[in-house]
Design a protein around this ligand. Structure first.
Ligand SMILES: [Cu+2]
Length: 173
């Protein structure tokens, strides 16, 4: 009879990291520019985007001062020309200052700041080759590495064997 609470607490211990893995194994969030208010003038977004392999389900977080910048999702042509006259090539507009953009499709995404001169000054980011499936070794953004979320990432590697152990224990009980 004394075995039951022991099993229960052991189960809880085993289930906890499994749950964490489920939460973190999927989509990742990327703070554009990697720092607070990282959507700004004077940042090399080509270098930023090269650091990551984006996948469907990932979320880009644009944080910025919304009286000074905005986020327009545009066509590749408008991205290159920075010309959005009369709404040309504009797919979506975000202006809150904290915009979360879901990468819902496996395609290329093009973003610019539409404030006068900002796009031409380099305030634009291309998120290309968004892959259809989440990769097993999907690189997490730095804020996940340094925070408690890193444990979740590490846990995902042994989530499956852990699940088997938990299932076995349930059968034994
Ligand atoms: Cu701007």
């Amino acid at each position: 009879m004394q075995q039951l609470p022991c099993f229960a607490s052991l189960l809880l211990l085993l289930l906890w990291p499994t749950t964490a893995a489920v939460q973190h194994a999927g989509a990742a969030e990327y703070l554009v520019g990697d720092v607070g208010y990282g959507w700004d003038s004077g940042i090399n977004y080509a270098a930023w985007a090269r650091e990551y392999a984006f996948a469907v389900g990932d979320v880009l977080v644009f944080e910025y001062v919304n009286t000074q910048h905005n986020v327009y999702e545009v066509t590749e042509e408008a991205y290159r020309s920075c010309d959005t006259t009369a709404g040309n090539g504009v797919r979506a507009k975000d202006t809150t200052g904290y915009d979360r953009v879901l990468l819902a499709e496996a395609r290329d995404y093009w973003f610019i700041c539409d404030f006068p001169g900002h796009c031409l000054g380099g305030m634009k980011v291309a998120v290309v080759n968004v892959s259809a499936a989440q990769q097993l070794q999907h690189p997490p953004p730095p804020d996940y590495v340094s925070s408690a979320g890193g444990g979740g990432r590490a846990a995902s590697a042994w989530a499956l064997p852990l699940g088997v152990v938990v299932a076995l224990m349930i059968i034994i009980m």
